[in-house]
Write a protein that binds this ligand. Structure first.
Ligand SMILES: [Zn+2]
Length: 278
């Protein structure tokens, strides 16, 4: 599943394609949303926002209503951009098609879509449960440290809370593994076992690696290391991570073999030497 940085880059591409434009035609491939089509025709696309892994397209209608389209890609949703009239030949289910002044944005296969009034957005069942978004500039390390002290999070293993969107929004499996490696913390350690210094390092790393991944197109590895590996001929997938999907390969810091364990329903990758349980 794409994580916060990937969704944010999709939002950027969607904004590039349609933001500031007026909708000439919109079609929903979901019966319950078809009644919106007429109301949204002629609306201006104001901006695209992300909430963790969800994407929100803000619109102002011809009668000046502030509406938004909420969509969550889950595992299979894909946005596709093209010039109007050049729709791809796809067997996927087309869920949203927006044509605006020669440009089109198409969402395939996603099933979690809603049209909401702007004032209803914060009450949406997914959005209202989200913790602070790691990619939002206003989110601080201090805020995250405070959440690590909350009763509902402090007794849980870090490997499990980092991907819990109610703790912070935007982290998925690769970021969880990479953050814990960078901070030198074992995935089974709990928030209440950490000293002040480790709490601060963990919170800072969550922001640092998520933002670096957004800006670099998905690299969480040390940038110099990643560039060196790419120069030596490594594939992008092989160069981008410290530990994720590197089981059996030597750790870049200590040469110990990376291990893989199941955690919170997903494979968790870590270095048994750099991430010891104290
Ligand atoms: Zn190591």
């Amino acid at each position: 599943m794409p994580e916060g940085p990937e969704i944010r880059r999709i939002a950027d591409a969607l904004a590039e394609q349609v933001a500031g434009r007026v909708i000439d035609r919109i079609e929903f491939g979901v019966d319950s949303l078809k009644h919106w089509q007429r109301q949204l025709t002629g609306a201006k696309i104001e901006k695209i926002e992300t909430y963790g892994k969800a994407l929100v397209t803000h619109l102002s209608t011809v009668d000046d209503r502030q509406l938004c389209i909420y969509s969550h890609n889950q595992l299979y949703g894909r946005w596709f951009f093209c010039d109007t009239g050049n729709y791809p030949d796809s067997k996927r289910q087309l869920r949203i098609a927006i044509d605006c002044q020669g440009k089109s944005a198409l969402l395939y296969s996603a099933s979690d879509i809603a049209v909401l009034r702007k004032d209803e957005l914060k009450q949406h069942s997914f959005i209202k449960k989200l913790g602070p978004d790691v990619l939002k500039r206003s989110t601080t390390a201090q805020q995250i440290v405070e959440r690590l002290h909350l009763a509902r999070f402090k007794n849980r293993q870090l490997g499990s809370i980092l991907t819990d969107q109610s703790f912070v929004a935007g982290l998925g499996n690769y970021l969880r593994c990479e953050i814990l490696f960078y901070a030198g913390l074992h995935p089974k350690v709990r928030g209440n076992e950490l000293n002040k210094k480790d709490l601060r390092l963990l919170a800072n790393t969550m922001l640092k690696l998520a933002r670096q991944s957004y800006q670099s197109g998905g690299i969480t590895n040390d940038m110099r290391q990643a560039k060196k590996l790419l120069k030596q001929g490594a594939s992008f997938e092989d160069a981008r991570f410290y530990v994720f999907r590197r089981q059996g390969l030597p750790c870049y810091r200590c040469a110990t073999r990376i291990e893989k364990n199941a955690m919170a329903g997903q494979a968790c990758f870590y270095c048994p030497q750099c991430q010891q349980r104290e």
